[in-house]
Design a protein around this ligand. Structure first.
Ligand SMILES: Nc1nc2c(c(=O)[nH]1)N[C@@H](CNc1ccc(C(=O)N[C@@H](CCC(=O)N[C@@H](CCC(=O)N[C@@H](CCC(=O)O)C(=O)O)C(=O)O)C(=O)O)cc1)CN2
Ligand SMILES: [Zn+2]
Length: 782
């Protein structure tokens, strides 16, 4: 028997309806009811799309107003006690407080009471951010199924079989964080399981036959206690007598594939795109009475599937004696755009090669029909055969297209000198000449690049893109923004300036739009976090740089100030990681091609008189394979790609890089291997704890640990920043320390940005004065 389903569907909406509904609700323009109505409509539309394309199940439970893990915190009744929620607060209000934080002014004492949002971090190796559950020894769980049940009841109105999708208990625990020193959240498992059991029993009572429990942690090098807990956990859940489909994805289960196959569940989903090597093992080990769900359609990329190859895998599955086979995307379709059909800006030659969520569902249906036909020993005929042949022709046409190849790029990469990734001299020498050139004060202050992307700027760009204003007018306005940004930075006394990135829609898409080998969509949005989306550019062929991308803007910005203004680029690894990239060539090769393009930009910036160039690599850590065995290989080419982009410059040109959203401590040698003269990193939310690793490792180059969180409008206090810089100076040699925010300021407003940066500069002055006093007293003592 063959069935089709999807692990999840994009929830933001074809035209980002959920984003706009959320943002107007947060501005107080719509009621909770209106927001709920939009959500209801969207869910119905998305389920209907699944029915229309012939899926055997619609998936319920993948919707979330902000994030699915955040929904589970409420479903499992473990909202952290620190939020001190009152009984009269609505569930949705509490939800938004957890995910966005809150500041309440206490009028009686003029104090602002801050409630921090839950921490947000990357979901495995994706560019999607989830809200991190917080655990302590007093965490309790309690099933709150009302809103899940409400969604199920809504889905039932469509009269189609339903599969409910939930995050599994071990993934939920493991992806959370203990907020109590010495406490291991794993110890909560015994309290958590009965609540899961109760939820499953309630689903069963509502007539649900199948529940999909996502356990992507099975693709990690999972600690032994978690691995060992799988069997008894799922034995316990079995008593609910609902059928469980255990879903793994993103990575291989190798090392524990056999025990996974033997878990007491009714079905197993595996990712046949990312973990192709798992299939033969699973065919051997999975008992034939269990459902095997094959993740055959790439849920992380946008190329049409080679259905012939997929069909082959299905045949093998039946040959191995499996009775019931389900066909699915490799993972949730959350990570791809809604659809590409009709997109107005994608290169028309590339457009037929693409598949968004809707097109992927269509592929599933075609695959199911072909597999069924094959099972009956027949061949496809009629309209289906035509569809199939057209599809396969398109897929083959891509891999053979001349559009993919640029002989010059290939030749250049092949002939690259082995020293192309090396600076002229080692860091110590560079540091000296850079100090002579720039003569910066102690603790130089800077920012990470972007300033607020105001409604005005976005509007302006939208009008430019629609041809409502001409190019000259557009650049006049952008120049004005840059001028104001420079004036502001001069006024408050920052040492190293930025132009503010007003001309960029996004730090990756902007480069994708200008490089050859890329195309970009008009509407290919993917949720990044909450209501924020990105539109990953599409890298389909060999990459080259037809002309300078940032030099005019950089030269203009530098002309406005005597102080250094950093040239601002996105690095090759991040461009790779945050784009949809070709799957017909090794990622390493693609990264090196991008590196060459950035390298040329770096050289041209230097030639234009730009003395400091920042090459952002926020996705450097995120690109790390989920399995440690593959780390070295990745880090070798990733650091090389960065160095190739950063190395064409003189010793007195200062290369900066920036990283955020990551746990840096396990890849410090690889960060040092990038050999940037200065690195700025996000550290404030960890209270500088992340910096300690850099100190213990004796990180050799200069470093700017973030001194305030940019995710909240809150203006930091001067004392707070002074304390953080002091803390940093205990682990990093003070002469190597810079002072800066955690990340770019594009999501902030101007008011809080001006205030926060002014405080940062004042706080730095306090430390400079201290340092001077110390130096003076040292001299006297000597
Ligand atoms: N690619 C990428 N990944 C990343 C990050 C990143 O910066 N880029 N940062 C981290 C995630 N952080 C993020 C922070 C902010 C936004 C963000 O603000 N996104 C914007 C869209 C950014 C964008 O492309 N803006 C376009 C405008 C797009 C748009 O919505 N235009 C409106 C019109 C706007 C108007 O009239 O005012 C429309 O088309 O309807 C532009 O500036 O040109 C949003 O969701 O609102 C996304 C991710 C990690 N991953
Ligand atoms: Zn950043």
């Amino acid at each position: 028997m063959i069935k089709t389903h999807t692990l999840g569907f994009p929830r933001i909406g074809e035209n980002r309806e959920l984003k706009f509904a959320l943002e107007s609700h947060w501005r107080g323009e719509t009621t909770e009811e209106e927001l709920r109505a939009t959500a209801h409509e969207l869910r119905l539309k998305h389920w209907q799309a699944q029915i229309d394309s012939g899926l055997d199940f619609i998936t319920v439970g993948d919707f979330a107003f902000y994030d699915q893990m955040a929904d589970h915190i409420q479903l499992l009744g473990c909202e952290p006690a620190r939020f001190e929620f009152k009984a009269e607060q609505s569930k949705l209000q509490r939800y938004f407080t957890m995910v966005r934080g809150k500041s309440t002014e206490n009028h009686s004492c003029a104090h602002v009471h801050e409630t921090w949002a839950l921490e947000m971090t990357k979901w495995f190796d994706t560019n999607y951010h989830y809200m991190v559950p917080e655990f302590t020894s007093s965490t309790v769980f309690k099933a709150h199924t009302a809103s899940l049940v409400e969604q199920i009841e809504q889905a039932k109105t469509l009269n189609h079989p339903i599969k409910v999708s939930l995050i599994g208990p071990l993934t939920f625990l493991y992806q959370g964080k203990s907020k109590q020193t010495g406490f291991e959240q794993f110890d909560l498992l015994e309290k958590l399981l009965p609540v899961y059991g109760q939820i499953l029993a309630e689903l069963k009572a509502h007539g649900i036959e199948w529940v999909q429990l996502d356990e992507p942690v099975l693709g990690l090098d999972l600690p032994g206690n978690y691995l060992a807990a799988f069997e008894r956990s799922y034995l316990q859940l079995k008593s609910s007598s609902i059928k469980i489909l255990l879903a793994t994805y993103f990575s291989t289960t190798q090392g524990h594939t056999s025990p996974v196959c033997k878990l007491p569940v009714d079905g197993l989903h595996i990712d046949c795109v990312r973990a192709e090597e798992d299939l033969p093992l699973v065919l051997d080990w999975l008992p034939n009475y269990k459902v095997l769900s094959l993740g055959l359609i790439d849920g992380r990329n946008i190329w049409k599937t080679d259905l012939e190859a997929a069909l082959n895998k299905i045949s093998k599955t039946f040959d191995a004696g499996k009775g019931e086979v389900w066909l699915a995307p490799s993972c949730s379709l959350l990570h791809v755009p809604y659809r590409f059909n009709n997109d107005t800006t994608v290169n028309p030659q590339v457009l037929p090669w693409l598949a968004g969520a809707i097109e992927k569902l269509e592929e599933l249906e075609l695959l199911k029909q072909a597999a069924k036909t094959q099972l009956q020993g027949k061949t496809l005929t009629g309209a289906l055969a035509t569809l199939w042949n057209e599809h396969q022709t398109t897929v083959k046409q891509r891999t053979q297209s001349p559009l993919l190849n640029n002989a010059e790029v290939k030749a250049r990469l092949a002939a690259l000198a082995p020293t192309a990734d090396q600076r002229g001299s080692e860091f110590a020498i560079r540091q000296q000449v850079q100090r002579e050139r720039f003569k910066l004060p102690a603790f130089p202050t800077t920012t990470i690049g972007s300033f607020p992307q105001t409604k005005n700027i976005r509007n302006l760009r939208a009008r430019f893109k629609k041809n409502e204003i001409d190019e000259t007018t557009y650049w006049q306005h952008i120049s004005q923004e840059i001028r104001q940004a420079i004036e502001f930075q001069e006024r408050i006394g920052l040492d190293v300036l930025v132009h503010g990135e007003a001309e960029r829609n996004d730090m990756v898409e902007y480069f994708g739009e200008q490089l050859e080998g890329f195309t970009f969509s008009a509407n290919g949005w993917v949720q990044s976090y909450g209501s924020r989306c990105v539109k990953p550019p599409i890298l389909f062929g060999d990459v080259s740089r037809p002309k300078a991308m940032t030099v005019d803007v950089a030269r203009f910005a530098q002309s406005l100030s005597e102080k250094p203004v950093k040239g601002m680029l996105t690095g090759p690894v991040t461009i790779l990681q945050w784009s949809f990239v070709r799957n017909d060539q090794a990622r390493a090769t693609t990264a090196l091609q991008i590196a060459l393009a950035i390298r040329d930009e770096v050289a041209e910036l230097e030639a234009a008189g730009i003395g400091m160039i920042q090459i952002d690599e926020p996705a450097y850590r995120e690109g790390l394979p989920l399995r440690k065995a593959r780390w070295d290989e990745y880090l070798n080419w990733a650091s090389k790609a960065f160095r190739i982009s950063a190395s064409p410059v003189r010793n007195d040109t200062q290369i900066h890089t920036h990283m955020c959203y990551s746990e840096f401590n396990d890849i410090l040698p690889a960060i040092a291997a990038m050999d940037a003269d200065v690195i700025t990193i996000e550290t404030s939310r960890s209270d500088m704890e992340l910096l300690r690793g850099f100190g213990e490792f004796h990180y050799p180059n200069e470093i700017g640990p973030g001194v305030y969180d940019i995710h909240s409008p809150r203006v930091p206090g001067q004392d707070e920043i002074v304390r953080l810089i002091r803390k940093a100076a205990q682990v990093i040699p003070p002469e190597n320390l810079w002072v800066n925010p955690d990340c770019g300021l594009k999501t902030r407003g101007w008011e809080e940005t001006e205030a926060a940066l002014a405080v940062m500069v004042k706080a730095t002055q306090v430390l400079r004065d201290e340092l001077q006093a110390e130096n003076r007293s040292e001299k006297t003592a000597a």
